[in-house]
Design a protein around this ligand. Structure first.
Ligand code: SF4
Length: 336
């Protein structure tokens, strides 16, 4: 593969986003963490807001958990930001607030894996460390016609080795960002724009006309379907919410929800716990899809009649609810 052609293309065509105009390791860290699980267009407003609230490592290390979650509400995979805060605390404690500039030190920080460490080392510190994500896997498996299953670590490792040899012949920041941009704009998963590709000449999959079939990925286990009864319970002081304890969306607020299809079953269960609710009207059905789960939410508006025991339920006013970090699946539920 001709890295020179790729870099020349990048310098002429690169996407002009704020995080492409900087070599500040903190800003690159923030952008790479956000972009890991989220589309670029979605990330931009979050990126700006995050930096205005937490402009540096020290500010992030001092962030209040709830404010931090609120800042990124709606972007998903919240755990990554809590890990960033943990890493920021370590950087303040162990490195006087300066992000370390060695690969091993970056990898030792919470939430920084091979990809993020490679991106930070190459973009911020101009060192030849590869950052292999889905874009790089797609481009290189097409360039070299690698037909192995890219869900398997051993095959990803082959891609990492190829990528490493390429970045060592290139200008690291330009190469890493060129691969990111090429994967996003030209070598797309479906309908790649091969006629516009700066490295089409060396692409084996293009020559064979099989670019759409690569990379090969074996089927994932199917999405788990879960039914929930969701209770939007109001009292004279506001609505009942609780903080999630499950690892998915941990720490985000939600309406009480129970894995069941039967409202009667939930009413009886609450009754046994000394909580009396009155259901008002019919269920509203909503769905929310995560990577491995699909929630079928049967939502009931309810009135709190009585509560004899302490629970993890708390009552919040409407204006307070708007300020709390809340799972998107529940934020879109209407209170009436
Ligand atoms: S020629 Fe097509 S398939 Fe090959 S790297 Fe370029 S865009 Fe991807």
């Amino acid at each position: 593969m001709q890295t020179k052609k790729l870099e020349t293309w990048y310098l002429q065509h690169h996407l002009k986003f704020a995080f492409r105009q900087t070599t500040d390791p903190y800003r690159i860290w923030v952008s790479e963490i956000m972009l890991q699980q989220t589309q670029l267009e979605t990330v931009m407003p979050y990126y700006e807001r995050f930096l205005s609230l937490y402009p540096d490592v020290v500010a992030l290390s001092e962030a209040q958990d709830e404010a931090l979650k609120k800042c990124v509400e709606g972007i998903g995979y919240y755990r990554r930001f809590m890990l960033m805060k943990k890493a920021a605390i370590m950087i303040v404690k162990d490195y006087h607030g300066i992000i370390p500039d060695t690969y091993d030190a970056l990898l030792a920080l919470p939430g920084i894996g091979l990809y993020t460490a490679g991106a930070m080392m190459s973009i911020a510190y101009h060192q030849p460390y590869g950052a292999v994500d889905g874009n790089v896997i797609r481009i290189l498996s097409r360039q070299y016609n690698i037909q192995e299953d890219m869900r398997q670590e051993k095959h990803k490792h082959v891609i990492r080795k190829i990528n490493q040899s390429l970045i060592e012949q290139a200008n690291p920041p330009d190469y890493t960002q060129a691969m990111m941009d090429l994967g996003r704009t030209i070598c797309k998963p479906k309908n790649p724009l091969c006629e516009q590709c700066p490295i089409a000449e060396t692409c084996q999959a293009y020559e064979l006309g099989i670019q759409q079939t690569l990379p090969f990925m074996s089927k994932l286990h199917s999405v788990k379907e879960i039914d929930y009864i969701v209770l939007v319970i109001f009292s004279k002081d506001g609505f009942v919410l609780r903080k999630r304890k499950a690892s998915l969306l941990e720490g985000m607020y939600e309406y009480p929800q129970y894995e069941s299809e039967s409202i009667q079953h939930v009413i009886n269960m609450l009754d046994d716990q000394g909580i009396i609710i009155d259901v008002i009207g019919k269920a509203v059905e909503m769905q929310h899809v995560f990577t491995h789960q699909r929630w079928h939410m049967h939502i009931y508006q309810c009135r709190l009649i009585g509560q004899k025991i302490d629970t993890d339920w708390q009552i919040y006013r409407e204006d307070e609810i708007n300020q709390l970090p809340m799972a998107t699946a529940h934020r879109k539920i209407r209170r009436s």
